[in-house]
Design a binder for this molecule. Structure first.
Ligand code: NAP
Length: 320
C-alpha cells in the first residue's frame, strides 16, 4: 500500500509517499481502508519535532481518518468488514491507504456523513467537546466565546455549544470566516483582527462578560480574555504558540479559572463518552463537519503548509 513516511524531522518536504507493507490486524485490532484523512496542526508539530515530541523515526503521520473496515482481528465484535467508520488514533498512522487501529479507537460513521467529513471528526470535535464540557463545564443558558471559531476545533465547538443550549459568540479573521461561523450556529460573530473587538463582546453580554472562553491562541489573547470573563468564568487554553504576560489579579477579581487541556490526556473512559456523544450528534445532524479543502495523499506536504496558513476555513482532508 501507499503511505506517507517521515524519515527525518523537518519542514513539509520531509513528507514522502512510499510503498510499504500492508499491516495485518492482530487481536482487538481493525484494518481500515481510508477514504479521507484529517490534517491537524499537531501533525506539523510532530513532523518538525517541536518540544522534542516527535515520534520515533521513520513513521507515518496522522491520527484521524474515515473509511471502510477492510479486516478485523481476533476478538473484534464491535465492527465488521464493510462497515463505514471513522477513527481517532492509529497504530500504523493515518496518512496511508490503509491504517491499523485498536478497536477502541474505531467508531461508526453514520450514513449521512461523508468520508471527508468523517476525517474531520476526531481531533477537532473531541477537543472541542472535552474543552467545552469536561474542562470548561459549559452549561445550557451560559455564554461561551469561541476565540478562533472558523477553524476545525472552533467549528466543532460552535455546533456543540449551540446544540447544548448555550449562547455562542465566535471570532474569525476574515469575512468568509465570519459568515461560516454564523452558518454553523453562532448567535454573534466578531472580528479578532479589529481593534477593540472585545468591547463588542462586553456589549453583547450586557456588560456581564462570558462564562466560558475556548481559546485557540492563548499567547495573543489570554490577558484580553481575563478582561471579558464573567464571575466564576472559565478560560480553557486549547491552542498556544508562544509566551504571554498576564495580570493574575484579573483572575482573582472574578474567581476565574484558567484551565489547560490536551486531548492526549483524556482517559479511555472519557474518550468513550466523547465519541458516544459525537456519533449521536453526527447521526442526528447537529454536528456537521465542514471540509475546506481536499488534496490527494501525495500532496501531504502541501496540506501541512495549508493547515498553518491563516484563513483556511474548515478542515483540510487528504484523499488516498
Ligand atoms: P485551525 O483549523 O488552523 O484554526 C485556527 C483558528 O485560529 C482559526 O479559527 C483562526 O481564525 C484562529 N485565529 C487566528 N488568529 C487568531 C487570533 N488572534 N485570535 C483567536 N483566534 C485566532 O486549527 P484547529 O485545528 O482549529 O486548532 C486550533 C488550535 O488549537 C491550534 O493551535 C492547535 O494546535 C490547537 N489544538 C490543541 C488541541 C489540544 O489538545 N490542546 C487539540 C486540537 C488543536 P482565522 O483563520 O479566521 O483568523
Amino acid at each position: 500500500m501507499k503511505a506517507i513516511r517521515v524519515s527525518e524531522y523537518g519542514g513539509p518536504a520531509v513528507l514522502k509517499i512510499q510503498e510499504v507493507p500492508t499491516p495485518e490486524p492482530g487481536s482487538n485490532q481493525v484494518l481500515v481502508r481510508n477514504h479521507g484523512v484529517g490534517v491537524n496542526p499537531v501533525d506539523t508539530y510532530l513532523r518538525s519535532n517541536t518540544d522534542n515530541r516527535g515520534p520515533k523515526l521513520p513513521y507515518t503521520p496522522g491520527s484521524d481518518a474515515a473509511g471502510v473496515v477492510e479486516a478485523v482481528g481476533q476478538g473484534v465484535t464491535a465492527v465488521k468488514a464493510g462497515d463505514r467508520v471513522y477513527f481517532g488514533g492509529s497504530i500504523s498512522g493515518a496518512y496511508a491507504e490503509l491504517s491499523l487501529c485498536d478497536v477502541a479507537h474505531v467508531h461508526a460513521l453514520p450514513g449521512n456523513v461523508s468520508f471527508a467529513q468523517g476525517a474531520a471528526v476526531n481531533v477537532p470535535y473531541a477537543t472541542a467537546y472535552h474543552a467545552l464540557f469536561n474542562r470548561g463545564h459549559g452549561e445550557a443558558g451560559e455564554t461561551v466565546l469561541v476565540h478562533g471559531a472558523s477553524g476545525g476545533v472552533g467549528i466543532g465547538a460552535v455546533q456543540l455549544a449551540r446544540a447544548r443550549g448555550m449562547t455562542v459568540i465566535g471570532t474569525a479573521g476574515t469575512d468568509r470566516g465570519r459568515r461560516l461561523v454564523m452558518e454553523q450556529g453562532a448567535h454573534h460573530v466578531v472580528d479578532h483582527t479589529a481593534p477593540g473587538y472585545l468591547d463588542e463582546v462586553m456589549r453583547l453580554t450586557g456588560g456581564r462578560g462570558v462564562d466560558v472562553v475556548l481559546e485557540m491562541l492563548a499567547n495573543v489573547n489570554l490577558q484580553k480574555d481575563l478582561g471579558i470573563i464573567a464571575m466564576r468564568g472559565r478560560i480553557v487554553v486549547i491552542g498556544n504558540r508562544g509566551m504571554v504576560e498576564v495580570n493574575a489579579r484579573l483572575a482573582m477579581n472574578k474567581d476565574a479559572a484558567i484551565l489547560g487541556m490536551a486531548l492526549f490526556h483524556c482517559s479511555p473512559g472519557q474518550l468513550a463518552g466523547i465519541h458516544a456523544a459525537l456519533v449521536e450528534g453526527l447521526g442526528n445532524g447537529t454536528l456537521r463537519p465542514v471540509v475546506g479543502q481536499e488534496l490527494p495523499l501525495a500532496q501531504a506536504s502541501r496540506s501541512h503548509e495549508a493547515v498553518m496558513e491563516a484563513g483556511h476555513h474548515g478542515k483540510i482532508v487528504l484523499v488516498p
